[in-house]
Design a protein around this ligand. Sequence first.
Ligand SMILES: NC(=O)c1ccc[n+]([C@@H]2O[C@H](COP(=O)([O-])OP(=O)(O)OC[C@H]3O[C@@H](n4cnc5c(N)ncnc54)[C@H](O)[C@@H]3O)[C@@H](O)[C@H]2O)c1
Length: 362
Amino acid sequence: MDPVNVGIVGCGNISPIYIENLSNFPATRVVAVADLDPNRARERASAYGIPRAGAPGVVLDDPDIAVVVNLTVPKAHAEVAFQALNAGKHVYNEKPLAVSRADGADMLRIAGEHNLRVGAAPDTFLGAGIQTCRELIDQGAIGTPVAGHASMLCHGHESWHPSPEFYYEIGGGPLFDMGPYYLTALVALLGPIRRVAGATAVTFPTRTITSEPKKGRTIAVETPTHLAAVLDFAAGPIVQLTTSFDIWGHTQPCIEIYGSEGSLSVPDPNGFGGPVRLCRAGGEWHEVGLDRAYAQNSRGLGVLDMVLAEAEGRPHRASGGLAFHVLDVMHAVGESSDQGRHIDIHSGFEAPAPLPKEGLSA
Ligand SMILES: NC(=O)c1ccc[n+]([C@@H]2O[C@H](COP(=O)([O-])OP(=O)(O)OC[C@H]3O[C@@H](n4cnc5c(N)ncnc54)[C@H](O)[C@@H]3O)[C@@H](O)[C@H]2O)c1
């Protein structure tokens, strides 16, 4: 098939890897890049030889662009996605899908009305590491999954990020920032979550920036920075997830899944590779080799899959529905803590098909 024309809106930190991968995949071609700061877009365009660059209209008003890849900041995801969909384009958002549930739901509704697709990061669950875990679980290597444990623990980002304020605003915090990687991996492996119990805290009401250039400034913390959740999956497993910006050091693994016949150590869901480790009942832990495509940084793989799915008339894997379920669960953690009760989750999603070992081809 001829490559599909892609336009990127948002030319910040994460954009180079998308531009590189979407330029190298055979089925996608980056023809325009845009940003609120048109000069930033022009710099990217000249660095990567992209024909057109400028303000968002350069992408959104171009009738030759079929897919908008939305790499703006989270609070702009919805607005840019609505503009793309209303211009008749498929859209693929960086995580989270949106900040509010209402915006996420509107996105899926508008896409449905226009017969367009919504995709969303993270697509790391399509990498060799988590796809190997998926294959092992599907083959029964750990029997029936019954439980799990997931941890994303650190002390926040004010020691290195040049503008760390947004991590402590509403819509930030460790769950909305990093939770999508963990929750997307978990639901891709174990299916949908049916109810959530949460406990949250603001441990430090202020943060002092120690990175340049804002060294010494104080941030007022507006959102929980420690969130512990118990996730009941519809298929039965019970998983504890903790995300925190309040922890100086720890020895917790990223994700472990425990089954009736063994245990699985899932690699960092913020990456595409390994290590994958398996312990069968009565045996020792051992590493499982990754005999699959996409062990390297393949950000944009979800876009490629969406483009191919549209051409082939099949569902795409990193879907808006899956991302909405993750958004729904993240909101439920805080609501459960505030209301002192379990929150039932009513959103579902189409289970993403396993990725072929040899990768996707046009
Ligand atoms: N930086 C990372 O390592 C990383 C990793 C994975 C995912 N992400 C996600 O990618 C997204 C972008 O992150 P980033 O680190 O590149 O942020 P960034 O702040 O470096 O860049 C965001 C860019 O979007 C532009 N922008 C903001 N609102 C806009 C709008 N309405 N229209 C057009 N452009 C707009 C900004 O001008 C900026 O250039 C976020 O959703 C983030 O969660 C980032």
